[in-house]
Design a binder for this molecule. Structure first.
Ligand SMILES: [Zn+2]
Length: 573
């Protein structure tokens, strides 16, 4: 197989090295180094190979000099001699099983040793009872079966921020062409669904052939899959496919609306159109022909913009994030859609990490980068590892704030809610900080009742402000916790606690459906990037996107407030 050196491939290679080390019982530090490099590469929004070509491998945090050297060898020669030696002692077949959620290196090794050759084969051999006979426990095999189902479901999804950043670069590129009037993403990407299936882009132009030609010369391209007169598909070096569709400007609005979906939204819209004697298509709106009536081109209302499209149907414009047939159509008819929050409303970031815990940059570096993005403040909320010298850290924050006036660093901590509902650090430590986030990082599988009590007890602590990445889901990896959200939201509203909308690429947590639920109880939100490196700070917009999908207005988000007002809220606890 030809190496494309995509981030996914490189991360997988490093994970395989880590797995091989684990099977061989290497030391924990070696193993962690590979895992953390792989994590970092998976969440990078630029291609590693491009950074390597530009001599900027050191921009990816977590990739130390040691691993950087191996990557250099890998990009130069296509393999790494040292890795080959390690892999030689391990059955090749084991690595594919690592892709199944819940299967760790040791199990994967045992399966390969037992003679299982593929994931499909694994499924067969569990079902036929063959593996039980080989000494595997039924309970763990049941878990593996569930893992295989999950694997099959998720394998072709892309995280919204990853797809979003690629689309942004592509659209920026397209807009440089003089004949491009507009360019937009389509489908689930435009609606900002947390994971998207593929990247589709539409362009409004009178020069389709010119645009198609230009599109196939996008710098990140691996190959052209197909190119027609007004459509094309390219494969990027990341392995992701992008479809392009070019339409004339006079009916661009109809096209955009049609291909943005969702399916349910469009079905409902079509029904309403029909009641008005209209039929809808990607080409426009026309009167339904009655018997004996001649259809003429003139009756087609083409819609240059989506605003015209919705207006023609008696509705106000519906933002793409809301188009899920969750009441937005009814609201649009009554002209009662909420004024959704926008990225520009956000004044600062309310979750970030520095080298004081597991981040890759110092407090000053993070703050300066946030200031460069125009933020008025940033909460540095390092994990409250008991080994941290909290007073020293607070002093560093104070000194930084004193030394400059471009940005205000808010002193904060992200504190673990232990399995027994106690917090990781005592109240006197919490009291010294301006903002306290609590979150779950262990014992995710408690039953609903115990989990709910655990969270509520934490929220009742007067020092606590925010419940961070509430469900604990890791997109494409791990389901969230089971909890009684209604109870939690009630308590949050009663005690004036805020619920986080976490913008980290594989979290996007609270999910949009729960955001709407929380709103019903009057809960307010905070949006945080959970940045562990400077490059993540710019991903705030994806938190905003999920908030918009949850119908959130700027008034419902505390970090739309200037620091002076936010300070009041935080002091009120
Ligand atoms: Zn966390």
């Amino acid at each position: 197989m030809k190496n494309k050196f995509s981030n996914k491939e490189v991360a997988e290679l490093l994970r395989n090295v880590s797995a091989a080390y684990q099977v061989k019982g290497a030391n924990l530090f070696q193993i962690r180094a590979y895992d953390s490099a792989a994590d970092s590469i998976e969440h990078a929004t630029s291609e590693l190979k491009d950074l390597w070509e530009a001599g900027q491998l050191d921009q990816i945090p977590g990739v130390g000099a040691h691993i950087a050297n191996y990557l250099d060898e890998y990009f130069t020669t296509g393999k790494v001699a040292h890795f080959e030696t390690i892999f030689k002692e391990i059955p090749d077949d084991m690595f594919q099983f690592l892709k199944v959620p819940g299967v760790g290196p040791k199990t994967a090794y045992k399966l390969a040793e037992a003679g299982v050759v593929s994931i499909e084969d694994l499924k067969q051999r569990i079902r036929s009872g063959w593996l039980v006979k080989k000494g595997f426990g039924q309970k763990s095999l049941d878990n593996i079966l569930r893992g295989i189902e999950e694997f099959n479901r998720k394998s072709d999804r892309i995280l919204l921020p990853v797809a979003g950043e690629i689309a942004k670069r592509l659209i920026e590129y397209l807009k440089k062409h003089q004949d491009v009037v507009r360019a937009d993403p389509l489908g689930s990407l435009r609606r900002k669904v947390a994971t998207v299936g593929d990247i589709d882009i539409s362009v409004s132009s009178k020069n389709p052939q010119g645009i198609v030609d230009y599109f196939t010369k996008f710098p990140e391209i691996d190959r052209v899959v197909e190119a027609g007169e007004r459509t094309a598909t390219i494969a990027l070096r990341s392995g992701i496919h992008v479809d392009l569709m070019v339409q004339p400007p006079d009916r661009y609005g109809s096209l955009l609306q049609h291909f943005t979906g969702s399916k349910l939204h469009n079905i409902h819209i079509r029904k309403i159109a029909k009641e008005k004697g209209l039929s809808l298509s990607e080409y426009g709106i026309k009167k339904i022909e009655r018997e004996g009536e001649q259809f003429s081109q003139d009756t087609l209302f083409k819609c240059e913009t989506e605003e015209e499209f919705y207006k023609k149907l008696g509705m106000e414009y519906i933002p793409p994030e809301l188009r899920e047939d969750q009441g937005e159509i009814e609201a649009a008819i009554r002209h009662k859609l909420p004024a959704l929050i926008e990225s520009k409303d956000i004044k600062g970031d309310l979750q970030s990490h520095s080298t004081w815990s597991d981040g890759h940059s110092s407090i000053a570096e993070m703050a300066k980068a946030a200031a460069d993005l125009g933020e008025e403040y940033i909460a540095l909320t390092d994990h409250s590892y008991p080994s941290v010298d909290f007073d020293q850290r607070l002093k560093e924050i104070e000194q930084f704030n004193y030394s400059q006036d471009r940005i205000r660093v808010i002193s904060g901590l992200e504190v673990n809610i232990n399995a027994d509902a106690s917090l990781q650090v005592p109240d006197n430590v919490l009291a010294k900080h301006e903002i306290i986030l609590v979150s779950i990082h262990t014992s995710f599988r408690q039953d609903r009742e115990e989990m709910t009590k655990r969270i509520i007890k934490a929220l009742e602590n007067p020092h606590v402000d925010i419940f961070a990445h509430p469900t604990g889901r890791l997109l494409l990896e791990r389901e969230g916790i089971d909890a009684d959200w209604e109870q939690i939201f009630k308590v949050a509203a009663r005690f004036g606690k805020f619920i986080e909308i976490n913008a980290y690429p594989n979290r996007l947590d609270l999910p949009d459906t729960l955001i709407r639920e929380a709103k019903r109880f009057g809960v307010r939100f905070s949006i945080g990037t959970d940045s562990h490196q400077i490059a993540h700070l710019g991903l705030l917009e994806y938190g905003v996107a999920i908030a918009r999908r949850g119908w959130v207005t700027s008034k419902e988000v505390i970090n739309t407030l200037p620091y002076s007002e936010l300070e009041d809220i935080l002091n009120k606890k």
